[in-house]
Structure formats: structure tokens, C-alpha cells
Design a protein around this ligand. Sequence first.
Ligand code: ADP
Length: 258
Amino acid sequence: NPPEFKPPKLPTSLSSCARVFAVTSGKGGVGKSTTCVNLAVALARIGLRVGLLDADVHGPSVPTLMGLSGRPVTDGEKKMLPMENHGVRCQSMGFLLPPGRASTWRGPMVSGALTTMINDTRWGDVEVLMVDMPPGTGDAQISISQKLPLTGAVVVSTPQALASEVASRGIDMYERIRTPVLGVIENMAYYEEKDGTRAYVFGKGGARATAEARGVEFLGEVPLDGDIRARSDEGAPIVVADADGDVARIYRSIAQRL
Ligand code: ADP
């Protein structure tokens, strides 16, 4: 167990932020960023002032998913104004590195970058901060939990056995660092055919079973849907692009449970 873990205080840059949610996954490619972005937009649509911190320093995807590019403007006090779209204030390494440049930073520099993005951004009166975590259960996760008082972690997994096993390790890590796990979201849970029948492409119910086995909440299932992918690539999350659709309704109902 990590020694004497004490949750940090809220940084002054986020002094009005009542809730900080870490959206996590044990492994990459399960749709963590897609889920995080859609939940952030759904929360903004509910009427909350929402911030979105892309903590995936090595693989930032928030700029693309939110349809944002360019560099944040710096004010007279050397604070960066967050980049805003779809009613969500965003900060990401993707805005700070030259286009196409990979960050090859190791632990201490990643930690420094996270501190900069948290403390030197003019988050203003943000009420909820969504943190798109890097995949895995390592350095960056611990680093975030030392910089931000996490209200809780939301674990995204596909139904596949391997993904669910990895999700289970993710839950274990948050329990060790005494961060409540708010629940598990099963992404790519099923594919709905035109006639309404469901195909369980990645297996059935693995993430739900993991939530039950670990005694955490199951927050809902998001289907495998070509429009989710297409809208993400276009930088207009499906929650805004097709706000009245079934998928948007699913994201909204999960957001309301946070
Ligand atoms: P992660 O953050 O876990 O690495 P991403 O959010 O980047 O995963 O998603 C990986 C890929 O899967 C992306 O191309 C994304 O558009 C796609 N994707 C995510 N969720 C869904 C879904 N429910 N249906 C269809 N495609 C999805």
C-alpha cells in the first residue's frame, strides 16, 4: 500500500470546483476519452459550469474530440485561458506542444505538466472538473490524486474479459489510494441491428460483472455505434451532434448519476 496517502486541498485555480471526477480505464482503446468528453458535454447541457482536464500527457485526445486547436491565450498574470467549445472549458497537452510533437517525458516532467495545466489555467468558476486520465494504474494516476482532491473515479471498460480484468485492477488501485470508485461504465456493450436485435460483439456483461464482483455501482451501458466514433472524429461529441438520439440520452442519464 502507498504510505500515508492524504488527499490534497483544492488548488486556488479551482476554488469553486465542488466535484472532480477522474475518468479512467485499465487499458487503452476502450473508449475512456470518448466517454469522458460526452459526459463533460452532457453535464454542461444540464447547466453546470464544466472543466475538462486532459491528463493523458502522452496521448492527448481532448483537442480532437472537442473540435479545438491552437494555443491557449495567456493573460497578464501568465495564466492560460482554457480553450472552450460545446460549453466546456478544456486544457490539454495537445494545446501546449507543437502539432505532431510527441511528449516523451518521464515521471517528474509529466507531473510538472499536470501541475501547470491545473494551477496555471484560468478555470474561473468551474463547478465540475472531468479529468481524462491516461490509461493504466501507474505514476500519472497517483500524481493526479496528489494534486486534485478526487470526488471519485469512473471506470470505463468494454465487456471483454481481458478489459474487465484490467478494470478490476483499476478499481483496486483507487481503493488503495482511498479514492471512491463511483462506478463502472460498460462501453461498446452491444451493437444494435436495424431491427433492434442486439449483437454482443465484445461479449456480454463483463464490465457489469466486474462492478458486481468488486461491490461498486454499475453506471450504465453505451452501445458500439458508428456515429459515436464519427462524431468524435468530427469534434462534435454525439451528445451535441445528435442531442435527441438514444445514445445522447444514455450519456445524459449516466451524467446525472455522477
Ligand atoms: P481510450 O480513451 O480508452 O483510448 P477512445 O475514447 O480514444 O479510447 O476510443 C477508442 C476508439 O474507439 C476511437 O476511435 C473512438 O471513436 C472509438 N469508440 C469509443 N467508444 C465507442 C463506441 N461506443 N462506439 C463506437 N466507437 C467507439
